[in-house]
Structures are given as C-alpha cells and as structure tokens.
Design a protein around this ligand. Structure first.
Ligand code: ACM
Length: 481
C-alpha cells in the first residue's frame, strides 16, 4: 500500500515489510531541533522512553548527498533500521515530518496510546519544489495570543511549511509592542472586530513566538501594513493622520478607508523607528510592508510613499516583501518579493506583469486558491466569500507557475484573515482540510492528481482525530472513507 504522505515526496519506493517501533527503539542524531522533536513526539504518543543511544535503531545524520539542497532529505526504512540523512538540520526536520506520517495515526495523540507502531519499509528522496512555503495569520482583525499562534505553528509543521507571516497591524488593531511608541498597543491594541478587548504581543511574547517558530524551522515574517490599513496607528498618534482626519478606533470589517499622512516628514521618522524595532524583534531576513488596498492614496502619493519607505526597510538589512500593489513603486529594492493575492480570473495588472518580467520573485497567494478565510461553500458559517467559495479541490488543483506566465515564483503562501474568526477552533476549521493541499502545491513536483490525493487526505483525517482536532470541516469533497 502507498503510504498517505502529504505533501507527496519527490521520489518514493515502497518495499516489503516494516520496521517495528518498540519500547527499546532508541533515536540517535545530532543535537538539534529535529532529533529533539522526534524524540519528544515518539515519547508523547507511545509512552516509550528508551535511553538515548549513540547507535539507535533510528539514526539521523547530516551526511546526506549534496543534491538534496537546503531542505531535502533521504529516508530509508528497513525492517531493522530507520536511517534519515540530510545536508542540514532543516532537512532533517522536514524528514522527521515524513517519518511521523509513516507511523500510525495514533502517533499524533497528546497522551500515550497502545501500539503496535509499524513503519512501512520505504526509500524516499525528497526536496521542495519551492523555497517559500508560507502560512499567514491575521492577528489584527481579531487578536490571537501566543498560545494560539503556537498552535497555528503546530498545524503547519507536519506539512513542511517554513514561513510564518504575521499580519500584525491593520485598521482594527496594532498588535506588536513598539517601545518608542507605546500608545500603538496601549491604545491601538485595545480594539478588534466586534466587541472584544483586542490585545497585543509584548516584546517578550513576540520573542517567544519567534523562538517557537525557529525551533520548528519556520521563519517569522512580520508585516506592518502601510500606508492604508492604518487606522489603529493613527488613532494612537493622530499626527500620523492626514490633516483634517480625526481617527477613532475601528471595529468594523471595511477596507480601504485609511491612509497615513504620506506628505509629512514625521511619518517617515515614525516608520524608521518602527522598522528598527521590528527588525530587531524578528531576526529573519524579511520585512513585509503591506502596501495593499491604499484606496485613499493617489497613484502619485503611493509611488512617493514607497520611494521613501522601502529604503527604510532595507536599511535594517531586510529584504522587502509587499502585496502585489507595490509593483507600482518606481524602484523596488534588490531582492524585493511581491505577494500575489488577487483572484486568478482577474487580469494580471500591468505593473505586476512588468515586475515579473524583470525577474521580481512572486509569492503566490491568489485569493480564489489560497485564501483560507474564504468560505468552503455558500453554507459555511465562518469566512468571507468576496473571491468566491473555495472548496478543497479548488485550493489543491492549481499550478503557481501558471498564474503569471514566465514569472519567477518563490513559492506559495496560504493567508488566513480573521474578520470572522475568534477562536483556535475557528482557525482549525478554515485550515483543515485545505491546508495540506496547499502544502502539496508548494512542496511536491507538479502536476497534481486529485484522485491520488483525496485518499491520502482522507487518511489524514484520522491523524487530526488522534491529535484532538475536532473542528475541521467535514467536506463532502472527501467522499466516503
Ligand atoms: C489583501 O487581501 N488585501 C492582501
């Protein structure tokens, strides 16, 4: 039987027989996140706690062949041993997720459950199609605390995502403490959509998230959305607003009504100070500056704003990421990534096509394929539907390289906007069962075959059950077990 691996590996051969994990099965490997993660995972679900052994039956090592690249791995399971090799600790970590999926679904249990624990004998050589495989959580429309963000990371890890994009600021709230501007969170963090109290991450909270993501080989990409989506900032510091605007905290779900004072020099002093702190809190290489839906900003002002703002980000040593509208900036700094978000049935805007033809890398998040906040169908209680309903098959069956022909595609990201979401169970409902398919779009070789995918996805529902994930969408598209 073909094991139900998601994302499907690059190359898989199944052999006869299986390896049996027992109370004596020791793990050995380099001192790294992958070894620790695997040891803890096995102990949690099996209750077995063999002493670590230099020559365990499960051996992780950093001597993989060179062609595996940064995140590739080679996994060989025979009746007597499990051997996982990679070039990097990151590669080992991705390989551990595959080994995890080869074990019975009970391995996801948060408490010990009875075995047996067979692992089918296989040879797998694997590496990702795209280097950027992201998930995004909007903590601005509704605030989600550190525990909820960690749980979100836990959901992405088994599917080999490597980017955690946090949408930290919007009209409804500013969620990251900035020491030089305490009212951003002290006032601007106290609202959210509806009646709730909002909330924010202290600097220590954010450091905890960054460390947790790093321990799971995920890079945090912080987003400060500019120059629109800025009501919470302006309500906190009215001098950031254009003359004549008296900002108040906002609790609705409209977009496109706010803009910073793009002509005032003090706006850029503010951004410089904010970027300095954000860059020091998020050590990864990227800073996302938003740039979407600045509907109150003229084209001329938008261009002038980006011309002043983008160098403030690169001055921090960061590579800029921005939503696709930023293609209209007169000069994109070297390395800038643009994030495609409009539905694929809309024509590609000329500035974006032009940027793509110049080799600007694109992160593909088209709303009618990758926006996990879209309703599954018209009957869904949660979610929005402006880009259309987004079923499981529709989010799976697409090619990121076919959206803007000839573009350099850095990868795929699945954004989860939170206008309608208030709990972690709401998040799970929108993620599952669509997230694994987007992982396969991002990791596995093209093309995609729904009929081979859907039995694997169905098998994964047993893993979610074992993990105690109760709120996933019971999609009729998965058919009968
Ligand atoms: C977006 O959905 N406004 C990026």
């Amino acid at each position: 039987m073909i094991p139900a691996l998601i994302p499907a590996p690059h190359a898989l051969t199944v052999h006869d027989g299986s390896f049996e994990l027992t109370a004596d099965t020791a793990v050995s490997g380099p001192e790294c996140h992958a070894t620790r993660f695997l040891t803890a995972l096995l102990r949690r679900a099996t209750g077995y706690a063999p002493p670590p052994s230099p020559e365990g039956a499960i051996v992780l090592s950093l001597d993989g062949p060179a062609d595996l690249g940064e995140e590739g791995y080679r996994l060989d399971v025979s009746a007597g041993a499990v051997r996982l090799r990679a070039r990097t600790e990151e590669g080992l970590f991705r390989g551990v997720q595959t080994l995890r999926q080869l074990l019975p679904a009970g391995i996801e249990s948060p408490v010990p459950v009875p075995g047996p624990w067979p692992v089918p004998c296989v040879s797998i050589t694997d590496k990702p199609r795209f280097r950027w495989r992201g998930v995004m959580l909007d903590v601005a429309r509704h605030f989600f605390d550190v525990a909820a963000v960690k749980r979100f990371v836990d959901r992405a890890v088994p599917y080999k995502f490597n980017v955690l994009h946090l949408h930290l600021t919007d009209d409804q709230g500013w969620r990251l403490e900035i020491a030089s501007h305490p009212r951003l969170t002290g006032h601007g963090g106290t609202s959210q959509v509806g009646e709730g109290p909002g909330g924010h991450f202290s600097r220590a909270d954010f450091a905890e998230i960054v460390a947790y993501a790093a321990a799971h080989h995920m890079t945090v990409v912080p987003e400060i959305d500019l120059p629109g989506h800025t009501q919470a900032a302006m309500a906190s510091y009215p001098h950031l607003a254009p003359e004549g605007v008296t900002p108040e905290l906002y609790r609705g779900i409209d977009v496109g009504f706010s803009q910073l004072a793009v002509h005032k020099p003090t706006t850029y002093d503010f951004l410089d100070e904010v970027f300095t702190e954000v860059a020091s809190l998020a050590p990864g290489p990227y800073l996302h500056v938003g740039g979407d839906e600045a509907l109150q900003t003229t084209a001329e002002d938008y261009a002038a704003f980006m011309t002043r703002t983008l160098p403030l980000a690169t001055r921090q040593g960061k590579t800029v990421v921005a939503w696709q509208e930023a293609a209209a900036a007169p000069a994109l700094p070297e390395g800038t990534h643009l994030q495609y978000w409009r539905p694929t049935h809309e024509p590609v805007p000329a500035p974006l096509a032009d940027a793509a033809s110049r080799g600007v890398p694109l992160i593909m998040s088209p709303a009618n394929r990758a926006y996990l906040d879209m309703k599954y169908d018209e009957t869904s209680e949660l979610g929005l539907i402006w880009a259309g309903a987004l079923g499981v098959r529709q989010s799976y069956e697409w090619d990121p390289e076919a959206v803007v022909p000839g573009a350099r595609v850095a990868g795929v990201e699945a954004p989860l906007w939170s206008e309608t979401l208030t709990t972690s169970d709401d998040i799970d409902h929108m993620l599952y069962p669509r997230l694994p398919g987007l992982a396969e779009v991002a990791w596995s070789p093209a093309p995609k075959d729904w009929s081979s995918y859907v039995p694997r996805l169905r098998a994964h529902t047993l893993r979610w059950d074992a993990a105690g994930i109760t709120s996933y969408h019971r999609s009729p598209e998965l058919g009968e077990g």
